[in-house]
Ligand binder design. Structure first.
Ligand SMILES: [Zn+2]
Length: 242
């Protein structure tokens, strides 16, 4: 996978406010994977989408991904560093799985960006959960007859949530963290799409500052400055900044 260019980073940042994070993640991938349609990318299981975003992050901003979380017990800030390469190598194969409970047979498929987008439009958390549950049920049968997922009994719906995780083990990357101050252990979800969005914002703002300084010093236009390799840009910046 190729890295995002400086001009692409600025364009993504500039238009990000118009999109939900789910769409923004697809826009980012479409730039570097133009051979894939947006619908193809939206239909990828979430674990696979995040693996692509992590690979893109690695080639664009480097392998080590810094993060922080706050201890739920004492509030201490815990900082950590993750390797994008390692996270990508942990991504398991997403697949449709089947479960049988009493007289029910259910096929469960991995969730994708279409499902997340539908759930994001829900009016309540309960409705979002319901939408995701229904989305991941590819087929539900009772005594051999197809039934609607919403008619499944509550105890089966609960099992479906667990099975959906098994269908795409990396759809949610969970980190286990330890507090150095009080010893508390907790889990935190790594939201790859939102982290990448924040990094693009930070890099775009830095690039614009660099454009400002170099344009002022040399009279170059924005496109010329963004087309410089990072090494050249950094070298010129050292010459114009005290
Ligand atoms: Zn603590």
């Amino acid at each position: 996978m190729r890295a995002l260019t400086a001009a692409e980073i600025i364009r993504l940042w500039e238009t990000a406010y118009r999109f939900h994070a789910i769409d923004q993640a697809l826009s980012i991938l479409q730039l570097v994977m133009p051979e894939q349609s947006r619908d193809d990318l939206a239909a990828l299981p979430l674990g696979q989408r995040d693996a692509l975003l992590l690979s893109l992050r690695q080639v664009t901003f480097g392998d080590l991904l810094p993060g922080k979380s706050h201890c739920p017990q004492c509030g201490e800030t815990v900082e950590f560093e993750l390797s994008c390469r390692t996270l990508v190598s942990n991504v398991g194969r997403a697949q449709q799985i089947h479960m049988t409970r009493d007289a029910y047979q259910i096929s469960i498929r991995p969730l994708n960006s279409f499902d997340l987008a539908a759930a994001a439009g829900a009016d309540s958390l309960q409705e979002a959960h319901d939408l995701l549950m229904r989305a991941c049920v590819a087929e539900a049968c009772y005594q051999g007859q197809t039934i609607a997922p919403q008619t499944l009994p509550p105890e089966i719906k609960k099992d479906i949530a667990a099975m959906a995780e098994a269908a795409d083990p990396q759809a949610e990357i969970l980190l286990t963290l330890n507090c150095p101050a009080c010893g508390q252990q907790w889990q935190s979800v790594l939201d790859v799409a939102s982290i990448l969005g924040q990094e693009i914002t930070a890099r775009a703002q830095r690039l614009l500052l660099e454009v400002h300084l170099l344009a002022k010093a040399y009279g170059w236009v924005e496109a010329e400055i963004l087309n410089l390799s990072p090494t050249r840009r950094a070298t010129y910046l050292q010459m114009v900044t005290p």
